[in-house]
Design a protein around this ligand. Structure first.
Ligand code: ZN
Length: 261
């Protein structure tokens, strides 16, 4: 269903974009619309804006960045002057590392050179509510996990949850900026509130059992990091591919100083 907006509740849509299978969302209220993530370039952001304007009879006044990875926020500039929401650390990571991330991305994808790094200016620490007119969207931080600043986007009246890359369907988790030891707890918090439709950061919508399985796989690999005799045993028993497992191990050691937590 790549490149098609899918309606999951009245006024709530998502689209799985070709390329990275990144999901973007649209939530429509009586007075304003909100988008979840903005794709990976200014051009893709403009394309997305045109699509959501065709779906929503009200202006897009709010953008939420689930985290700072380029495929979720490099289209931000296309939505200005909408308010751009993100975790406080999402904004600082984009300010500090956005140009370096862009330089890395441009090597493989030259059209990203046109991107102007546009960090969130409406900053969230733990929780925020956004009123769209007759509909409230809740942003909250479940603790460190995929990054140190993931935001979950809940639409309580529709029982829809956007999780960003705390969950990825059809591919192994991206561990490069992760906090592996704490990630399972973040998913436990997610399970306490996500009772309906769950849209991951990549791939198809998922069920609660998918979230439980993702949590269990993360717990398994973290247990291996704590108890296995050597890397060969970790790689042999890990639920994830070798390269993902080694990045996860590196991040586990970096974020727990090798002491466990
Ligand atoms: Zn990510």
């Amino acid at each position: 269903m790549a490149d098609t907006w899918i309606s999951v509740a009245e006024g709530v849509y998502y689209r799985t974009c070709s390329g990275f299978s990144t999901n973007v969302g649209l939530v429509v209220g009586a007075e304003a619309a909100l988008v979840v993530d903005t794709r990976s370039s200014a051009r893709e952001g403009r394309e997305m804006l045109a699509e959501v304007q065709a779906l929503a009879p009200v202006p897009v006044r709010h953008v939420v960045n689930t985290h700072f990875h380029f495929d979720h926020c490099f289209g931000n500039e296309a939505f200005l002057p909408a308010a751009i929401w993100g975790h406080r650390l999402c904004a600082s990571r984009m300010l500090q590392e956005g140009e370096a991330e862009k330089a890395m991305v441009v090597k493989a994808l030259p059209d990203r050179a046109e991107v102007t790094i546009t960090p969130p200016t409406r900053l969230v620490d733990t929780r925020a509510e956004i009123d769209l007119g007759g509909r409230t969207v809740v942003l909250w931080h479940p603790g460190v996990g995929h990054t140190d600043h993931d935001l979950v986007v809940d639409i309580p009246d529709a029982d829809v949850t956007f999780t960003g890359d705390l969950l990825e369907e059809g591919m192994a988790p991206a561990f490069g900026d992760s906090w592996p030891a704490q990630w399972p707890s973040a998913l436990d918090r997610l399970l306490r509130s996500a009772l309906g439709t769950i849209i991951p950061g990549h791939g198809k919508q998922v069920s609660r059992s998918f979230v439980e399985a993702a949590r269990d796989d993360l717990s398994t690999v973290v247990d291996l990091f704590r108890t296995a005799d050597d890397r060969a045993e970790i790689i042999a028993r890990s639920p994830f591919p070798r390269d993902h497992t080694l990045v996860a191990l590196h991040r586990f050691l970096a974020t727990t100083e090798g002491k466990g937590s």
